[in-house]
Design a protein around this ligand. Structure first.
Ligand SMILES: Nc1ncnc2c1ncn2[C@@H]1O[C@H](COP(=O)(O)OP(=O)(O)OP(=O)(O)O)[C@@H](O)[C@H]1O
Ligand SMILES: [Mg+2]
Length: 472
């Protein structure tokens, strides 16, 4: 060990606590679709009755399975998948499942129709940006790197001759271990900054790029796998070979990332450029000229074989919110040479196309766009299926249901909608807790019904009284 390593100071940062299975991690799993893990199809594309968190909806799931195959074999670009069906029948869930089936390497860019209405950015610009974010670029580079498991992390401080206040890090000593051997490196303070930013601690597997000093955390060494029971951690084996080696690195970026990076001037370290980038990081438009330039550079990389284009998926939920200008622009985008796959979803039947005064068309989508779509319809659920989804959600949210509760909720769901039944779960659990019970009982659901109305009941009451003003 070097002398730097034997100082006692470094313990402080070595003690950065691992990201424990915190409340934040847990609550994100309680998002409305967190029980959906995929389409739940067999290898032949047949839907299991209940699979990957999906209940029923067999036809729609199998249809989406076909689309996934088409996307994977790159035969679906320039076309769109349209999901239609009543509210709460799982259209958004299906789109998410499609993205999960495609894997995390395929870019997936979800937006909601109304997102295009911004006061700062043109509607068409929002769409164009979403399309750019859905086209990935896989860049392969051979780089000289230092790779290994961190065995030691020791910053050495020295008096700063310039500021006079406190000390600054003059260099950092990093010990790296691979299967073949270990190596101790003396690195620049900028590397130390990067290490702090990536929250690297002893036991992580990292690599440092030789030329740029960029530090990347690969994961935690699997020697530590039993030490903590972390769900969010990825464990990786100890790297093979020497610590110092040449390695092919694969980076995934989207065209949207490249546009944004090139639109923002590369600032220096001084305070003025930092301030400048604060203001400029707001939503500003990226010009077509810039996009064309980025395309040219990308095309160059592709021709050299350095990069590969990975077309992804744009998902536009509530697509009836788009107006006629957006729809015509969508047509154009769909036919551009580098188009991602487009998934649209809507719960409208015949309705007026936004931005027109007289064009009524199915799903509120002009017929020329409709013509480019493959349409998948979601069916409404039976009482039994609603019960199964409710049970799934209760498991995910960690709620226990008393006797008869499931039947009661399924009944509510059948009367109102699946979503209403799911929405009753959490408040009912609060009522149960207030009542000093650990599981939800039928009476909690009864009380919920006194406190809250479902959409149909509420609408029915308005009709009876002719509105809240008593029909005046
Ligand atoms: N077949 C299913 N299996 C499991 N969960 C489902 C199923 N269908 C819907 N859900 C769940 O029900 C809830 C409502 O579904 P979702 O939001 O996908 O409906 P939607 O069709 O998008 O409705 P809207 O038209 O109102 O947007 C979600 O929490 C979803 O995960
Ligand atoms: Mg939806």
């Amino acid at each position: 060990m070097s002398s730097a390593a034997s100082t006692s100071a470094p313990v402080a940062h070595n003690a950065v606590p691992p990201p424990a299975a915190s409340a934040a991690g847990r609550s994100s799993r309680i998002a409305p679709h967190s029980h959906i893990k995929g389409l739940g199809l067999t290898a032949d594309g047949i839907a299991n009755p209940d699979g990957a968190g999906f209940v029923g909806q067999i036809n729609a799931r199998e249809a989406c399975g076909v689309i996934v195959d088409l996307i994977k074999s790159r035969k679906f670009s320039g076309r769109a998948l349209l999901l239609v069906g009543a509210p709460g029948t799982g259209k958004t869930a299906l789109a998410l499942a499609v993205s999960q089936e495609l894997g995390s390497k395929v870019p997936f860019c979800p937006i909601v129709g109304s997102e295009v209405y911004s006061t700062e950015v043109k509607k068409t610009e929002v769409l164009a940006e979403a399309f750019r974010r859905a086209i990935g670029l896989r860049i392969k580079e051979t780089k000289e790197i230092y790779e290994g498991e961190v065995t030691e992390l020791t910053p050495t401080e020295s008096e700063n001759p310039l500021s006079g206040y406190g000390k600054t890090v003059s260099h950092v000593v990093i010990g790296l271990k691979t299967v073949k051997g270990t190596k101790q490196l003396r690195m620049d303070p900028t590397v130390y900054e990067a290490i702090l930013k990536e929250k690297i601690v002893v036991g992580d597997v990292i690599y440092v790029e030789h030329q740029t000093g960029a530090v990347k955390r690969v994961g935690r060494s699997d020697a530590y796998a039993s030490a903590y029971d972390l769900e969010s951690e990825t464990y990786v084996p100890l790297p093979k070979g020497d610590v110092h080696k040449r390695k092919e690195l694969v980076q995934d970026v989207t065209l949207g990332d490249l546009d944004a990076a090139n639109a923002r001037p590369q600032g220096g370290q001084d305070i003025m450029s930092v301030m400048g980038s604060l203001v400029k990081s707001g939503r500003t438009e990226i010009t077509d000229k810039l996009r064309r330039e980025v395309n040219k550079v990308v095309q160059g990389y592709v021709d050299q074989g350095v990069a590969e284009v990975v077309p992804g998926v744009v998902f536009i939920d509530e697509v009836h919110m788009l107006d006629i200008e957006c729809f015509t622009y969508l047509n154009a985008l769909l036919e551009s040479p580098m188009a991602p796959t487009v998934i649209l979803a809507t719960n409208r039947g015949n309705s007026l196309v936004r931005g027109t005064s007289d064009i009524v068309s199915p799903h509120g989508i002009p017929v020329d766009l409709l013509d480019r779509c493959m349409i998948v319809k979601t069916d409404t659920y039976t009482r039994d299926q609603i019960g199964r989804v409710v049970q799934l959600r209760a498991n995910v949210e960690g709620l226990r249901l008393g006797e008869g509760v499931l039947e009661r909720l399924a009944g509510e769901g059948e009367k109102a909608s699946l979503r209403y039944a799911l929405q009753l779960l959490t408040p009912a659990s609060i009522l149960a807790r207030l009542g000093g019970r650990t599981q939800i009982e039928v009476e909690d659901i009864g009380e919920m019904n006194e406190l809250f109305l479902d959409a149909k009941t509420s609408a029915g009451m308005i009709e009876e009284n002719g509105g809240f003003l008593g029909g005046r």
